[in-house]
Design a protein around this ligand. Structure first.
Ligand code: CAA
Length: 382
């Protein structure tokens, strides 16, 4: 089995790392404290080709492979976890379904602007009463003549406050179950698309998380994304890819927390020597490093399966559940290495701990990932 990266992948990773270290890391504490969308930095990421990485060159993207995307997501998230999720949603939850399910006209209309950073996208599946049970859509789509009329509420929408375009999931006919669900591409400046509320959160504070209210939103028939009645498949397929991005975000947060704890352990003295000389600290660092490497391998495997157009749903669920829980453990241990300073805002350890937590929840909770994995292994074995 080949574990080495190509020279293009290494170059991309190094470019993203340099950008994260120079432009994101020095600002991440301020982004967190102010909770303001990092517009200039997202533009900078777009200039590097990071906002539509896998979009085909014919549609204005750079046509990179999925592993390159995972590498860049790790680096960007190490610098700023909020920037990581902004990038992940645009790439995985917006560009990817438009590229995979969109008509030629839809691809030409949206992808060049999304890939260049001229526009930003969001993905609206969850509702106030519909989270893990994503099929229980109550947002209603009615076809009146040649117009779709949409009414309902969506929430937990990353990029919701800034997005120019939204991939929206809605129920046309609940008597058909999941086969009554449609997906749409919605310009967010249309009358009836209302950002009702922005959530106040524990972490990833510089990315918006919004509640969207759809009030007699009227869409032309060509706003339908994919086939009528196949919207749930669009959503599930999209999340299979999105989970690789979130896994890489979790990995980036964990790696940053680990590196800071490792460096601190060589600076901080106790009992006449750096605390890194103590086995109690060494064992923590050893576990952190081991779990980070294991998470990275699962992410790379899922990325390679997606690249090969294989069945990657189980692999991406494994990568997400493992990497997000590693991120929680590593950021917890990092605070322990810093001791009291880890609990204070003087060091970034507490921010990493807060930022990591959401990766166990969004784009499918850990429980949903285990459900996906269990269904797959019971059917197909390992
Ligand atoms: N790809 C394509 N189609 C799929 C699919 C996949 N991975 N999984 C299922 N489907 C389709 C199939 O056609 C299936 O029909 P068949 O049985 O005929 O094959 C149909 O969907 C129904 O599948 P299930 O019976 O498995 O559906 P379910 O109701 O049991 O739900 C679930 C499955 C895995 C629990 C799903 O509801 C799920 O993933 N829930 C979590 C939702 C989630 O991740 N939400 C996050 C929202 S995005 C976000 O976080 C916001 C953000 O901005 C970051």
């Amino acid at each position: 089995m080949e574990f080495s990266l190509t020279s293009e992948q290494m170059m991309l990773r190094d470019t993203a790392r340099e950008y994260a270290r120079n432009e994101l890391l020095p600002n991440a504490a301020r982004f967190d404290a102010e909770g303001v969308f990092p517009g200039a930095q997202v533009k900078g990421m777009a200039e590097l080709g990071l906002m539509g990485m896998m979009v085909d060159e014919a549609h204005g993207g750079v046509g990179m492979d999925v592993l390159s995307y995972a590498l860049a997501m790790e680096e960007i998230s190490a610098g700023c976890a909020s920037c990581g999720v902004i990038m992940s949603v645009n790439n995985s939850l917006v560009c990817d379904p438009i590229e995979t399910f969109g008509s030629q006209e839809q691809k030409q209309a949206w992808l060049p602007k999304l890939a260049s950073g001229e526009q930003l996208g969001c993905f609206a599946l969850s509702e106030p009463g519909t989270g893990s049970d994503a099929a229980a859509q109550t947002c209603k789509a009615v076809l009146e003549g040649d117009t779709w009329v949409i009414n309902g509420e969506k929430n937990w929408i990353t990029n919701g406050a800034e997005a120019d375009v939204c991939v929206l999931i809605a129920m046309e006919d609940s008597s058909k179950g999941v086969k009554g669900i449609n997906a749409y591409i919605v310009p967010t400046d249309m009358p009836g698309f209302v950002v009702a509320k922005n959530e106040k959160k524990l972490g990833i504070k510089a990315s918006s998380t919004s509640q969207i209210s759809l009030q007699d939103l009227r869409l032309p028939t060509d706003a339908l994304l994919g086939e009528r009645g196949k919207g749930f498949n669009v959503a599930m397929h999209t999340l299979d890819g999105g989970r690789i991005g979130i896994a890489a975000q979790a990995l980036g947060i964990a790696r940053q927390a680990y590196e800071e704890a490792r460096d601190y352990s060589m600076e901080r003295h106790a009992f006449g020597a750096p605390i890194g000389n103590l086995q109690a600290i060494q064992f923590m660092l050893a576990d952190m490093a081991t779990e980070i490497e294991a998470a990275r391998l699962l992410i790379w495997q899922a990325a390679m399966l997606k690249e090969q157009k294989g069945n990657y749903g189980r692999a991406s669920a494994m990568a997400k559940v493992y990497a997000s829980e590693v991120s929680a453990r590593v950021t917890h241990k990092a605070i322990q290495v810093f001791g009291g300073y880890g609990y204070s805002k003087e060091f970034p350890a507490e921010r990493h701990f807060r930022d990591a937590r959401i990766t166990e929840i969004y784009e499918g909770t850990s429980e949903i990932q285990r459900l996906v994995i269990a269904r797959s292994v019971l059917k197909e074995g390992i």
